[in-house]
Design a protein around this ligand. Sequence first.
Ligand code: NAD
Ligand code: TYD
Length: 352
Amino acid sequence: MQHVLVTGGAGFIGSNFVRHLLGAREDVQVVTYDLLTYAGSLENLRDLPRPERHRFVKGDVCDRAAVDAVLADHAIDTIVHFAAESHVDRSIAAPGEFIRTNVTGTFTLLEAARAAWRGRDGVRFHHVSTDEVYGSLAPDDPPVVESAAYAPRSPYAASKAASDHLVRAYATTYGLEVTISNCSNNYGPYQFPEKLVPLMIVNGALGKPLPVYGDGKQVRDWLHVEDHCAAILAILERGRPGETYHVGGGNQPTNLEVVEAICQLLDVRYPDAPHAPHRSLVTHVTDRPGHDRRYDLDCTKLERELGWHRRHGLADGLAATVAWYAQSGAWLAAIRDSDDYRRWIALNYGAR
Ligand code: NAD
Ligand code: TYD
């Protein structure tokens, strides 16, 4: 691993990964390849360690000529593929872009890698996927293992499942050196404030309603993004080609419990806010169609084979995340003031 292409590296997890990789390894060159959709920003890539080892290339993963060029120009030997449309609610409102980016984009990247790396050793295509491909668990179901069957239920999950199948097919059919990681719900710095954790932090700090879908008793596993980045690096360094690894946070709170924890942190930070206690802002709104009840990943394989262990508990991780958002006013304001963000909030919550 010397010349690493990070697709979607200007988004939430991708930018954290670029920062993690440059900090951890002084011997790699990193190229971020990103279309800078509403979810991506160069502001997420400020203050990188070893910036001289990083390049940014604006481009679409569906653009074969541009992907071919970036692979050749930078002698890429490792691809870490994050680029995707990633928000379930947007996939319900407008699924087409999810098929284009997540399915066609992954296919385009696989084809380009296959052509560029024909007959070459020491290459790797790492694909970043999600626990949502396994569908919804019942309360007593055991954590999902890597060999479980796929049962996606939202357009987002179905598009990610399709991309995972393509990646596996390229390994089987063409011998492409691939690894896949399926992770749970990430949280941490630079997450776009449309997802649960940052939305609740941002709305709570502003005294706006905290919209909880349905009864709020849906269960997620919450993974700090830095633990996720460390897991991906471990897979790149020590993972077995052809294998899938699960990455999770090892917790099972309900959404209401996560929102309550955030409210308590906001109460401590803003005790004199006119809307304190912040839990008074919780508002139950119409549920998400087809809302998955529960996800839970078994991460034993990653722990046993690669020695990965998470460093962040949920309580500490949420506290650090609330602190990061409190200190990132300019970053947040740029998003909140954008037309796209306003449109999305009106579309998703206006009539809920
Ligand atoms: P994100 O939405 O924050 O960022 C996605 C990035 O991809 C953005 O920078 C965007 O500009 C870029 N992008 C979108 N379409 C593109 C295209 N056509 N060409 C090039 N770049 C494009 O997403 P995220 O939360 O950082 O998720 C990253 C990956 O991790 C995704 O593949 C997602 O499915 C997966 N994942 C995320 C989570 C989570 O909790 N956030 C959980 C499981 C899996
Ligand atoms: P989200 O962050 O969108 O991630 P995902 O759908 O990929 O799990 O949502 C996390 C959980 O929070 C999910 O059960 C939906 C719920 N949720 C709300 O209750 N209100 C909201 O405003 C959002 C965005 C999510």
